[in-house]
Design a protein around this ligand. Sequence first.
Ligand SMILES: [Zn+2]
Ligand SMILES: [Zn+2]
Length: 336
Amino acid sequence: MAQPIIALAQTAPGQALERLTLAAPEAPTGYEVDLEIHHCSVCHSDVHLVDGDWGEVKKPLIPGHEIVGRVLRQGPRSHHQVGAMVGVGWQAGACGACAACVSGREHLCTGGKVRTCVGRQGGFATELRVDARFAFALPEGLDLGTAAPLLCAGLTVFSPLERFKVGPGRRVGVVGVGGLGHMAVQFAKALGAEVIGFDPDLSKRELALKLGARELVSATGPLPSNAVDLLLVTTHANLDWTAWMNTLTLEGTMCLIGVPSKPLTVSVDPLMDEQKTVTGSVIGSPASMRAMLSLAAAHKLAPITERMPMSQANAALQRVREGAARLRVVLDRDLG
Ligand SMILES: [Zn+2]
Ligand SMILES: [Zn+2]
């Protein structure tokens, strides 16, 4: 018998999250899966949603889209097992019919974005109903308590590494060794690449080297030339883009996964004379998600996390808002 759901919700713009009781769900049908939420981590996107940075979203807003939970009930079309532990990230569905979807790039679906905590319930709750096709079996070997940030942040950094065929013999630069960047260093290293971290805070050197970077270079310069084949930019800062293009090798790629507030200005010279590329990346496909989770389990990769009870979600959001978190905050089940 399904129980009412306890959730933490923002009910009006600018308000702190408060407890809300939602009706017990009807029996699931089709691809629907009901999860008992065990862990949900706080992503910067949750803070942006709560703060109204991306415009007001439908209320109540129940944040959380890095979710680890146990399958409680499911519809007949789900391929999961009742009792299995699964993960859910930012993408909650796709049209299944557009050019992106039929070619396995569902994260680029043009048939309408379906996102876990936008206009629908997120993971700061006791339970969540999801689409089985966007819930992912967590492989043996993953530490469930720290796995939650893999579901959005991990996928976001892994997907471009896969797209640009990072492997042995390739050099990867990671700009910003923070919540996203510390995972990017680990994944690039696990794929066999040589990794250089860039950060304005050189006190992170020991951390960067421990995670697998060969070196941590000051992001305030001087920047090395001709140093990396792929530069993953994880910060939101408005950088001197032409200077950063100079860190790339011939025909190298600069890929943004942070969102700078201003349009990019880049000199045309490196684009023509050196055939360098500027691009961006957003989350990743379901196939990338499965590959990322397997790699994390095989190499025992884990985000560095702080743990807090879910009932302290407001305090957790504040830590992320202030940039005080080391490095991702995971909320553990204690509602209900
Ligand atoms: Zn996210
Ligand atoms: Zn689609």
